[in-house]
Design a protein around this ligand. Sequence first.
Ligand SMILES: C[S@@+](CC[C@H](N)C(=O)[O-])C[C@H]1O[C@@H](n2cnc3c(N)ncnc32)[C@H](O)[C@@H]1O
Length: 206
Amino acid sequence: MADHYFSSEPTSADVRRTVQARIWGRDYTFTTATGVFSRDRLDIGTAVLLREVEPPTTGGTFLDLGVGYGPIACALAVEVPEAQVWGVDVNTRALDLTTENAKAAGVADRVHPVLPDDVPEDLRFDQLWSNPAIHIGKPELHRMLLRWFGRLKPGGVAWLVVGKNLGGDSLQRWLTEQGYPCQRVASAKGFRVLKATATNPGTSPS
Ligand SMILES: C[S@@+](CC[C@H](N)C(=O)[O-])C[C@H]1O[C@@H](n2cnc3c(N)ncnc32)[C@H](O)[C@@H]1O
């Protein structure tokens, strides 16, 4: 059966290539591979997110939820020298690529690509950034978001990009109903960019 990009261990041959991307005014060359999300170019949704939202202005502990080959995590670490950036993914090939790309960007000491269960239990995040894996299905998506939103610090912020046709507006409403007031901060190329805030201490760090 063909791999999905969210396969935990892709069985396809690991054929590598490089993609160029300009993020927050800097040029990057990322290594990608078969079996990972958007291996041919910086995903349009990710590009919209990074174009519409400015990088954080102060350091902190950030999470890239569904890190893929690492474009968001690497760019955050490059822009914010005091940041520690955790990148979680279920796809081990994606985690290997993020390690490689963080090295190439000179930020391997502050980018931590790990499986979800390998994030230290007591870690809490100032910001969460994500182009979330919508295709895992709504129940799994909701479980994943609640798990990690529950680990935002009080006042912590989440930035998400979601296709309008993939439920961006209903996700905005759902997050607000879950106690994470969520607003649309931009809409471009069929994508919604959402900002959600953790108003209460996180409660579901399972
Ligand atoms: C839409 S892709 C975004 C990848 C990368 N951030 C980018 O912008 O190119 C979503 C990623 O989430 C990962 N993913 C799927 N299920 C996940 C889960 N339960 N926890 C964490 N990551 C997951 C997928 O493997 C995929 O790499």
